[in-house]
Design a protein around this ligand. Structure first.
Ligand SMILES: C[S@@+](CC[C@H](N)C(=O)[O-])C[C@H]1O[C@@H](n2cnc3c(N)ncnc32)[C@H](O)[C@@H]1O
Length: 213
């Protein structure tokens, strides 16, 4: 997947399709992670979440894994002076930076991965987490009840087609994010849904005792 070509327009495409709904999901649980000191963000995109996080937690140290040069350029331009952020322009599925991190953030990133990649990614990151680290995630989901299931099915088809054509995205269906995080020993702390359940924000916490990995 290469988002360089759509990076500058990404925000406007998002607003045209969903208004501020995705933005509200990204920021939904920010007040709950005010204590985070070392944060790993995968697939940050154009930096709107990162900028808000750094403004909320001015002493935070952040590592960003992002494969797009253009997205990194935009994200950098949004940062306040003195922000302690390291950008790693690399595949997030490769070896993660050294922790320990007390918060991981994946907003609309895991939907770019297959089931197998999602499990591998979470397992790799988990080795670099503090004992009771948090994982903040926003993403799309396929709703199972009628008629919202048709609404989410249609939006997912449209979005995967758009990203396949514009970025070369290879996967065409959502991974089982809840199952992967739960299987890695995370417990759901809280969640909120929007747009008939199509979009979800969740806060998970690592429960090392319950880990099945
Ligand atoms: C759908 S966008 C989401 C961007 C942003 N987090 C948001 O909330 O809208 C996915 C982002 O992940 C990046 N990305 C996709 N696959 C990646 C990978 N394997 N490694 C690193 N970054 C990746 C893309 O360049 C893009 O910026």
């Amino acid at each position: 997947m290469n988002t360089d070509r759509i990076a500058a327009l990404y925000r406007w495409i998002e607003y045209a399709a969903f208004g501020r709904a995705l933005e509200r999901r990204r920021f939904a649980f920010l007040p709950l992670v005010k204590g985070a000191q070392r944060v790993l963000i995968a697939g940050e995109g154009d930096g709107r979440f990162l900028a808000r996080l750094v403004r909320q937690n001015p002493d935070v140290r952040v590592d960003v894994l992002e494969s797009s040069v253009e997205m990194i350029r935009l994200a950098r331009s949004r940062l306040p002076p003195g922000a302690n952020v390291t950008f790693h322009r690399e595949d997030a599925l490769e070896t993660p930076p050294e922790g320990p991190f007390d918060l991981v953030v994946t907003h609309f990133f895991l939907d770019c991965l297959s089931d197998e990649e999602t499990v591998r990614f979470i397992e790799g990151i988990k080795q670099q987490l503090s004992f009771s680290a948090f994982w903040l995630v926003s993403d799309f989901q396929q709703v199972s009840f009628w008629p919202a299931n048709w609404h989410s099915w249609l939006w997912l088809r449209v979005m995967y087609a758009f990203f396949r054509l514009s970025t070369g995205l290879r996967t065409a269906k959502l991974p089982q994010i809840d199952r992967a995080l739960h299987g890695a020993g995370f417990e759901l702390v809280t969640k909120e849904e929007a747009r008939l359940g199509l979009i979800v924000s969740q806060l998970w916490r690592l429960d090392q005792k319950g880990s099945q990995l």
